[in-house]
Design a protein around this ligand. Structure first.
Ligand SMILES: [Zn+2]
Length: 431
């Protein structure tokens, strides 16, 4: 029996603001949270004791939209518009990626996720078996799909078959930490007939969908021109919202789209990526008011250029205030909840993760609050949303197993991975 007791720690369960416990104990047994109570009230027995004074425990962050292996092309092409960036720089280079590049890049990405307090991520890319291998070795939890972009109507079946084969082979892999979906890339790369085929298949195989949606103004204008509908309306007419759906971006969602998006599992709001390509500011407050589950994501490392969630939490909160001209919009707790429980809900995992509650999986991030920039602390939620840095992440566990302990990786040889991935990146750009 594996038991760990977090002792005398600040616990932010992320259920309700008032559920915070400032001198709390949390007992983990066999991967799940067994008990939470005031310090000194839980029997430690033979548990490993983690001394928590000066530290804050909260549910590990859920990054609901990324392309992990893109870390290999970080800083390769910046300061461009989305279409030219994809067509002229990223897609030609990605065409030269080898499976081993994706494996090394994914491992490098997991180091960044773990050491900044993220425990679950949703990924869309290719060579996904390599990504899954990295997830298995890292100990992280992930929701994976192959990005589906057909090159013509005659390739629909082959394109889908590859994504479906991955989804069926890896569902529940890595001791249940890997879940899979189908990943039609976007309405502007996947024609309606292909989306229809994906919908029927996903329904038959009981799979959810992950798609880029209403990311740029041009995408929405083109969609209106071609189909007389906004991208969410188009997907709704094709039946995609009848399935569990995760929609990334939705920067240009219109009021008529909100009730449609409220039917999705969630929207992955990626503020840094949206700002960097000048796509705009997503109408987060309006979507939340309309009942949309807005979660957070980093997008890939070429468009962010980091994979850490604290920046997304802070940006989401402060952008929502400026966009709505209301400093009370999206308070610290709510922004943090988008990165935890909201993220879990967006991936259909809220029964298992996303909050610190008895019975849930022990996916826990612990932040060290001893830094200058976190002193004094009148409000732990405020510090997590506005002041904490990724380097304040101190220890991280998934399923009750330490992946990162006192700022050291437990399972991965970080320096070896960093050097090998760096070599692979330089090799790729010369290929
Ligand atoms: Zn993306």
């Amino acid at each position: 029996m594996r038991r760990t007791l977090l002792r005398n720690i600040t616990i932010l369960p992320m259920t309700k603001v008032e559920d915070a416990l400032y001198h709390g104990d949390l007992l983990v047994e066999n991967g799940r949270i067994l008990a939470i109570g005031e310090t000194g009230t839980l029997e430690s027995g033979n548990a490993e004791v983690f001394p928590g004074a000066g530290k804050v425990a909260l549910p590990g962050f859920v990054n609901t939209h990324t392309h992990l292996a893109m870390v290999l092309l970080r800083s390769y092409a910046d300061d461009m518009d989305l279409q030219h960036w994809l067509n002229d720089k990223i897609w030609p280079r990605e065409a030269k990626l080898k499976p081993s590049d994706v494996y090394l890049a994914s491992l490098l990405g997991t180091l960044e996720l773990i050491s900044s307090g993220t425990t679950t991520f949703a990924d869309m890319y290719f060579y996904m078996d390599q990504v899954a291998q990295a997830v298995a070795e890292s100990g992280l939890r992930a929701c994976l799909c192959k990005g589906l972009i057909p090159s013509g109507a005659d390739t629909y079946d082959a394109c889908l078959a590859e994504g479906l084969n991955f989804a069926l082979s890896y569902q529940g892999a890595a001791e249940g930490r890997i879940r899979t979906m189908l990943g039609p890339h976007a309405p502007y790369t996947c024609p309606p007939d292909f989306l229809r085929l994906i919908k029927t298949t996903a329904q038959r195989e009981n799979l959810g969908l992950h798609i880029h949606l209403s990311e740029t103004q041009k995408e929405v204008e083109d969609c209106l021109h071609d189909y007389g509908q906004t991208p969410p309306q188009l997907l709704q007419s094709l039946g995609l919202f009848d399935l569990p759906l995760l929609a990334a971006h939705c920067v240009w969602a219109r009021p008529e789209d909100y009730p449609i998006l409220a039917r999705a599992r969630g929207v992955a709001h990626c503020p840094t990526s949206n700002l960097k390509i000048a796509a705009g500011i997503a109408p987060v407050s309006d979507m939340l008011a309309a009942g949309v589950n807005v979660a957070l994501g980093t997008d890939g490392a070429c468009s962010n250029n980091r994979l850490e969630m604290l920046q997304e939490i802070k940006l989401a909160a402060i952008l929502a205030k400026t966009a709505s001209k209301n400093p009370r919009a999206l308070p610290a707790f709510q922004a943090l909840q988008m990165a935890t429980l909201g993220g879990a809900r967006a991936l259909g995992l809220e029964a298992e993760i996303g909050s610190l509650e008895v019975g849930k999986r022990a996916d826990i991030s612990i932040f060290d609050f001893s830094a200058f920039h976190l002193t004094p602390c009148f409000d732990s939620y405020s510090h997590m949303a506005y002041a904490a840095l990724p380097s304040d992440a101190h220890s991280v566990m998934v399923d009750g197993r330490w992946l990162y302990r006192e700022r050291k990786f437990v399972r991965l040889d970080a320096e070896a991975i960093r050097m090998e991935a760096n070599r692979a990146a330089w090799d790729l750009v010369k290929r």
